[in-house]
Design a protein around this ligand. Structure first.
Ligand code: ATP
Length: 250
């Protein structure tokens, strides 16, 4: 943690994540062939790659939704590879899935409270205040049904709901997907605020430009393997990254 971040501005206690030689898949299909990466405490890391590269599978495996066939997943140095999803959630692994999935018929506030269920009442009121401070648009609409929000606001609500669980590691699957450019900019700004507050983030994006605005370091996943690792400047200049966004690497 940088000295500039006081305990008042932090929104959780950041954890570290390490993935070692992970193999995972579905039935006969092996989608990840031995992926290794790490995210330091308070760091935002981008994971980019073409359609079908295995990005969602990797997040699902970290969250415990897809089993690891080989390799290891470590949270703060502790091996969580065989833990059920619910135990991972309680220990601070939070996944914001693709497509937002907020509860349209519930209010903004009710959606946020759903994210706090694993906290068993601990600091829930103060966390809600922190989350609403972070996202003033949500604060202004706290009693509105989530279904009436714009796409960008719904994405912020999905992120805010994950923050209610005091995550040690926040996994974000394509938060910019399907959003208009202005909404993408809003989501990028919201994620930048989380980085300032010291949240540990692994950010999956098709939109590499958006991801590189948030993260300082990243990985290119290609057909289930890490093809390039480096700073986001290095990634942006890499021909394999450029090719991935023009219809596949190699
Ligand atoms: P996208 O950006 O399109 O979501 P991705 O990089 O997230 O792509 P994954 O969704 O992880 O990629 O897919 C990796 C591989 O696993 C692909 O070959 C895909 O077809 C396959 N796959 C993904 N989900 C399933 C599933 N539920 N059952 C079978 N195969 C799957």
């Amino acid at each position: 943690m940088s000295p500039a971040r006081s305990s008042e501005t932090r929104i959780g206690s950041p954890g570290t994540l390490e993935v070692r030689d992970l193999v995972a898949g579905y039935g006969q299909i092996e989608a990840l062939h031995g992926v290794s990466l790490h995210v330091e405490g308070g760091e935002a890391v981008a994971l980019v790659g073409a359609n079908g590269a295995g990005k969602t599978t990797l997040l699902s495996a970290i969250a415990g939704l897809v089993p690891a066939r080989r390799g290891a997943i470590l949270l703060d140095g502790q091996d969580i590879t065989r833990w059920p999803t619910e135990r991972r959630v309680r220990h601070g692994v939070a996944l914001v899935p693709e497509g937002r999935r907020v509860f349209a018929g519930l209010t903004v506030e009710e959606n946020l409270m759903l994210g706090a269920y694993a906290r068993r009442g601990r600091d829930v009121a103060s966390r809600k205040t922190q989350v609403l401070d972070l996202f003033p648009k949500l604060a202004a609409r706290r009693r509105q049904h989530a279904g009436t929000l714009s796409g960008g606001e719904q994405q912020m609500l999905a992120i805010g709901r994950a923050l209610m669980g005091a995550p040690r590691v926040l996994l974000l699957d394509e938060p910019s997907l399907g959003l208009a450019p202005l909404a993408v900019a809003e989501v990028v700004a919201a994620l930048a605020k989380l980085v300032e507050r010291g949240v540990t983030i692994l950010l999956v994006e098709q939109n590499a430009h958006a991801a590189f605005e948030v993260a300082k370091r990243g990985y290119l996943l290609d057909r289930g393997e890490v093809a390039v690792a480096g700073t986001t400047e290095e990634l942006a200049d890499d021909p394999k990254v450029q090719a991935a966004y023009l219809g596949g690497v190699g």
